[in-house]
Design a protein around this ligand. Structure first.
Ligand SMILES: Nc1ncnc2c1ncn2[C@@H]1O[C@H](COP(=O)(O)OP(=O)(O)O)[C@@H](O)[C@H]1O
Ligand SMILES: [Mg+2]
Length: 337
């Protein structure tokens, strides 16, 4: 195994440019996620890596080798599609064996590989069931086992959770991560769901309109998003500038300076301190936390979340007035000035 490097990749369908100078590499053994809204070009990148599309411009390399023009078969990629593309009338075992049979492996190694990957994905007890007799989560495991059984160079997962309900999605993403760590397989994961991206990845690339805007570990992406699009797409953010920022800081600043502040970095208090006066406009109780929308005297709105500490917690109500402060606001501004 070795790393995959995409250099200056651009691509258009007909005349519509959908990828514009995409550059990144996937390191050996890592799970890298492409995160972005629908239509931003994620699947097109996957298809270029898999060899289904030759890009208009740029190169794909596998270590030192330029594989841009290689056929999909010669790249040996394990792919899980959004709809799994399983054979519904075939058994679990036969689905998993399929890629190995095509590659003309001998019977013993087909049987061994099937056993190995059914065990890894918890499918041994279902091996003789037909795929259309399985639940969504079980079908997903078959798709993953089938992709892994050929012992691919790399695993490519295109929104693999999109057919599952919310609670199953959370469980399956943990399973996928566990399988990926156990096998150490280099993985490209695609999603439009920021929670999924943050929780599963070694690194995340945030995309918009055919470009990669930001790349980093989940924590880097969340804590230091840089551009507004990244800050708003990965979590919720407040943009604080002007008079409100000056009052919080207690000093004058340049007009153009504004900072991006996460809802959990803002506090509400009954004491003035160096806070600014706000009115509570909306309260949402989310069980583990409260989500508040507050309005400043300048009519700017801010989103705030506070952990629910049970009876110890002072809860705010609509029309309450409070003083709003921001942790380390001075340090945040320091990064922009
Ligand atoms: N085969 C195709 N022919 C023409 N346009 C396409 C084709 N596939 C995708 N597109 C367009 O290219 C853009 C990127 O698509 P895609 O890579 O599938 O995005 P994503 O996976 O991020 O949703 C979209 O605007 C989509 O409509
Ligand atoms: Mg897609």
């Amino acid at each position: 195994m070795s790393n995959i490097v995409l250099k200056n990749i651009s691509h258009a369908y007909a005349k519509e440019k959908v990828l514009d100078q995409v550059n990144f590499s996937i390191e050996e053994g890592e799970l890298l996620t492409l995160l972005g809204p629908s239509g931003c070009g994620k699947t097109t990148i996957l298809r270029i890596i898999a060899g289904f599309i030759i890009p208009d411009e740029g190169t794909v390399a596998n270590g030192e080798k330029d594989i841009t023009a290689w056929t999909p078969e010669s790249r040996n990629m394990g792919i899980v599609f959004q709809n799994y593309a399983l054979f519904p009338n075939m058994s679990v075992r036969d689905n998993i064996a399929y890629g190995l049979k095509i590659r003309k492996k001998d019977k013993t190694s087909i049987r061994d590989k099937c056993e190995q990957y059914m065990e890894l994905t918890g499918l041994l007890e279902y091996q003789n069931r037909k795929v259309n007799e399985l639940s969504g989560g079980q079908q997903q495991r078959v798709a993953i086992a089938r992709a892994l059984a050929i012992e691919p160079q790399m695993l490519l997962l295109d929104e693999p959770m999109s057919n599952l309900d919310v609670s199953l999605r959370t469980k399956m993403r943990e399973e996928i991560r566990a399988i990926q760590k156990k096998t150490g397989i280099t993985t490209l994961f695609i999603t439009h769901d920021q929670q999924e991206a943050l929780s599963i990845s070694d690194r995340v690339a945030v995309m918009q309109k055919g470009r990669i805007l930001k790349m980093g570990t989940p924590k880097e992406i969340y804590d230091d998003p840089g551009q507004d699009f990244v800050a708003d797409f990965v979590g919720t953010s407040n943009h604080i500038g002007g008079a409100v920022l000056e009052s919080l800081l207690g000093r004058r600043i340049a007009d153009s300076v504004s900072v991006c502040v996460r809802p959990e970095q803002i506090q509400l208090s009954r004491d003035k301190g160096n806070g600014i006066l706000v009115t509570v406009k909306e309260v949402k109780f989310m069980g583990m936390y409260f989500e508040y929308t507050v309005v400043s005297a300048q009519k700017e709105e801010y989103r705030i979340v506070e952990i629910n500490l049970g009876k110890m917690y002072h809860e705010w109500h609509v029309n309450d007035t409070a003083y709003m402060t921001v942790d380390n606001i001075g340090d945040m501004v320091g990064g922009y000035e």
